[in-house]
Structure formats: C-alpha cells, structure tokens
Design a binder for this molecule. Structure first.
Ligand code: ACO
Length: 364
C-alpha cells in the first residue's frame, strides 16, 4: 500500500454514501444516484436524505426548504460585511472562505442550515460584485437552485435550468470519504464545531486535484479549439507531464457514474449539444491516450468533465465553478460532520518517521 495518499485506508464508518469504484456506482443512503437524479430530486430532497436521523428537520424536504430560506436571509445580513472584507483580488472560493469565517459559533440558527444557506448567498453576491452589480435579497420561498440562479442573474431562471442545477447539486452532494469530506471530519472530530469543519472542507475542495478541475476542463476544450488539434494537443500535454483535467479518480476504476448522469442533464438543455459533440471527441481521444500511456492504471472520465459543460450551459462564469460545487457538497459535509460528532473519536493517525535519529553531527 502507498502511504502518501492513504490509498485503501478506511477512515470512518458511514451510513451516508457508498462509492463502488469497480462497478461504477454511487449510492446515497440506499438510493442509486442515477435514480435520484432521473426522478427529479431537488437539493433539499438530497439534504433531507443525508440529514435524516442527524438533524431535527432531516428527512423532511419541506422543512429543510423553509430552514434554508431563513438561513439565506440571515446570510444576506452579512453580505455587506463580506463584500467590505473581500478585495477584488480574491476569487469566489477565497471569498466563500472569508464568508464562512464570518459565521459565529454562537449563531442560534442550526449551523448546517446556516452554512448551506450562506454559501449560495455569498457566492451570488461575490459574483455579482465582480460584474459591478449590487447583491440581491434572497427569496426564502424558493429552493436553493432557483434562488441561487435568481440571485446571480437578477431574474428568475427557466424551470429547465433550475432542474439542471438541482440535478448537479444532488449529483455532487456526497461522495464517500473524498478529500474535502475527510478534512471536514478531521476537524469535526476535534469538536471544533460545524462551521469550522465545513470551512476545512471548502479549503480542501478548492484544489485542482479535487473540486477545482471543471474550470480547467473548459480551458482545455478552448485551448484545443477544433477537432483536428485534439490528438496532438492531448499528446503534448501528457508529454509535458501534465494531467488531463476531468480524467482519473482515486476510487473509480471505471467511468465515474456522475459523468453520465450529468451528460444526460446537459443534453436536456437547449443549445448545449454542439459543445457536447466536441467534448465527446476529446473524451474518446483522451481515454485512448491515457490507456496507452498508463496501461495498468484504468483512468476514465470523472465528474468534472461534464460538470464543466453543464455549468457552462447554465451561463455560470467558469471562475465560479468550484464555488457552485461547494454549494452542493456542503450538504454532504454537514451530514458527515454531524455523523462524526455523534460518535466518532478524534481522528489522529500515525506517521512513519524517516528522519535522522538524534546524535552527534559530524561536519563534512
Ligand atoms: N491525466 C494524466 N495522467 C494521469 C491523470 C490524468 N488526469 N490522472 C492520473 N494520472 C496518472 C498520474 O500521473 C500517475 O502516473 P505516475 O504513477 O506515472 O505518476 C498515475 O496516473 C496515477 O496517478 P495518481 O496521482 O496516483 O492518481 P490518484 O488516484 O492519486 O489521483 C486524481 C486521482 C487526483 C483525480 C488524478 O487522476 C488527477 O489528477 N486527475 C486530474 C484532475 C481532476 O480531474 N480532478 C478532479 C477529480 S474528481 C473530484 O475530485 C470531484
């Protein structure tokens, strides 16, 4: 076993989600992800599943919708302070980092609702500010997906786009012991509190090897440009020792099931089909190249590849992709934090010391 990435180490028992990397399945609390998304599950319904038995309103999507609406209004009260604190040099995720830092441990509102309500409000305000626009007041009667798109655009989104964003938020709501969830559970295990633990999750998500990849996927498609350049462009990337964004996964040895779920959703959006055809050509060429260069590794398409196309089809700026990922994944972080707080011991592994032993040093 390689110790550097904790491959194969079981860090917690969970009832929340199961990633079957050999079969390419993702199960959320006894439900196949594919079925949940095809059945039109909303973000609030996914949160209800994940929070059941861990939060008083868990299991009740209507109560969660109301609770998140109230949380968005509370977060709106902090938006002016957030915008004052964030200079234009901060990107959207860095802004969210500041925003979660503004939430007090003494807040009376349940912290899982507060965190999940605050992220879309803060993200929309930061993104609007980058366009020179003032923040808008949340509508507590709407679901998270509909209100986020409204807060971002200043006008209600069509139902098809709300459904597509809901499908995305459900798809990425939880995914076993991924790096950000692990980071959140480590902090939760010290009893530092849900807000601090969720902030740890956000910081881990930000990296390009985890939740920071979809923007670079679009950069890659743009850089390739047209079909004739696909093969030479990809080969040059690999030859330069760079990774192809949107491919490879620690657990999946087959195609990430979330990629297909999202591809179906993108295909349902009008005007998105041309880019899909090109992306599919890139995908085919990338998989062939990776199979040739890494024959023992079984690298396949991951969730970020079609995330990029979906969020682009929703006209969300690519700099915001990781922030939108955080809005969905926050439901999973909160569930894991509550599960960890309920019974887990402090997470405190060992390290293998490979440094020098104490003793006299001899000058060369
Ligand atoms: N392109 C090219 N080569 C790759 C890729 C890739 N996308 N992914 C893995 N490899 C290669 C590595 O270079 C490595 O080769 P080496 O052993 O010769 O150094 C080998 O395959 C194994 O790579 P590992 O880093 O051990 O794979 P690991 O399981 O640790 O990493 C990861 C998984 C981080 C997702 C990796 O595949 C990657 O960097 N992918 C690109 C970034 C990306 O798409 N991130 C989003 C992941 S999905 C998510 O987190 C939501």
């Amino acid at each position: 076993m390689r110790t550097s990435g904790l491959d194969g180490v079981v860090a917690a028992e969970t009832v929340l989600s199961h990633v079957d990397g050999e079969a390419g399945r993702l199960i959320l609390r006894g439900h196949e992800l594919r079925e949940l998304v095809r059945g039109g599950a909303t973000f609030e319904q996914a949160a209800a599943l994940l929070w059941q038995d861990f939060a008083v309103e868990g299991g009740d999507a209507a109560r969660i919708l109301a609770g998140l609406g109230a949380a968005r209004l509370r977060a709106h009260e902090l938006v002016a302070t957030l915008l004052d604190a964030c200079g234009p040099e901060l990107g959207p995720v860095e802004g969210l980092r500041v925003g979660l830092g503004l939430l007090a441990d003494a807040e009376a509102m349940p912290h899982h609702l507060l965190v999940c309500g605050a992220l879309p409000v803060f993200a929309a305000a930061l993104l609007r500010r980058a366009e020179g626009l003032a923040p808008l007041r949340p509508d507590p009667a709407l679901g998270t997906a509909a209100d986020f798109l409204r807060l971002l655009r200043g006008a209600p989104a069509p139902a098809s786009e709300v459904r597509a964003l809901d499908a995305y938020l459900v798809t990425i709501a939880d995914h076993g012991m991924n790096a950000s969830t692990f980071a959140a559970r480590v902090v939760a295990s010290t009893r530092a509190g849900l807000i601090s633990a969720a902030l740890a999750g956000l910081c881990a998500l930000k990296g390009p090897l985890h939740g920071g990849a979809p923007g670079p996927v679009l950069d890659m498609l743009d850089a390739i440009g047209d079909a004739a350049r696909i093969a030479p462009w990809l080969a040059a990337e690999i030859a330069a020792g760079r990774r192809l964004m949107g491919f490879g996964h620690r657990i999946y040895r087959v195609r990430d099931p979330r990629a297909d779920v999202l591809k179906e959703v993108v295909a349902s959006l009008r005007g998105a089909s041309n880019r899909i055809a090109f992306a599919e050509e890139v995908e085919r060429a990338a998989l062939a190249l990776l199979a040739e260069r890494q024959p023992g590794r079984r690298l396949d398409t991951n969730v970020e590849f079609y995330t990029a196309l979906l969020l682009e089809a929703l006209a969300i700026p690519r700099a915001a992709f990781t922030a939108i990922f955080a809005i969905g994944r926050a439901a999973g972080w909160c569930a894991h934090i509550l599960e960890q707080e309920r019974g887990g011991r402090i997470i405190r592994p060992l390290s293998a010391y490979v440094g020098p032993e104490p003793g006299p040093r001899h000058a060369a």
